[in-house]
Design a protein. Structure first.
Length: 150
């Protein structure tokens, strides 16, 4: 009976390792704040490049399509508006990235904790087998898949 439970746990661990193992352990090797900061750094960089691209298209459209005279523009106001647009877009995507990164990190944390609990259950089973104490009630097998997939 103990051997069957051990095989079930090891199978579940193998499925976890194949599906999530490397990615989860890589993410979990960071502290939560460091993981989110690192992820948001690339988000900010990408969003800034995208916003600058959109602004350049806007200004080229204004100059060549609407034939706005560059000498008549209020350059200080235009630059201020462009910078405010850039900062607003970056702030919005930073908040979205922080929420998404936090959710992802906590999902990974739960899966790793479940994996560790399966390791501890296997160690308990091995200890019982080494002692030869088969009369001791074995740990209850999980009725559901212990590794949370989402």
């Amino acid at each position: 009976m103990l051997e069957k439970e051990k095989i079930i746990l090891m199978s579940k661990m193998a499925i976890y390792d194949k599906k999530y193992g490397n990615a989860d352990h890589k993410i979990f090797s960071y502290y939560r704040r460091d993981y989110i900061y690192r992820k948001n750094m690339w988000t900010r960089f990408s969003v800034a490049l995208g916003a600058l691209f959109l602004l350049s298209i806007y200004w080229l459209h204004q100059i060549f399509i609407y034939a706005v005279d560059v000498h008549e523009l209020d350059i200080a106001q235009s630059v201020t508006n462009s910078i405010l647009f850039l900062l607003a877009v970056m702030a919005l995507y930073t908040m979205i990235g922080t929420i998404q990164g936090t959710i992802e990190y906590y999902k990974v944390q739960r899966r790793v904790e479940d994996y560790i609990s399966m390791i501890e259950e296997i160690e308990e089973i091995e200890d019982l087998q080494e002692e030869g104490n088969y009369d001791y009630p074995p740990p209850e097998p999980h009725s559901e898949f212990p590794v949370r997939l989402n």
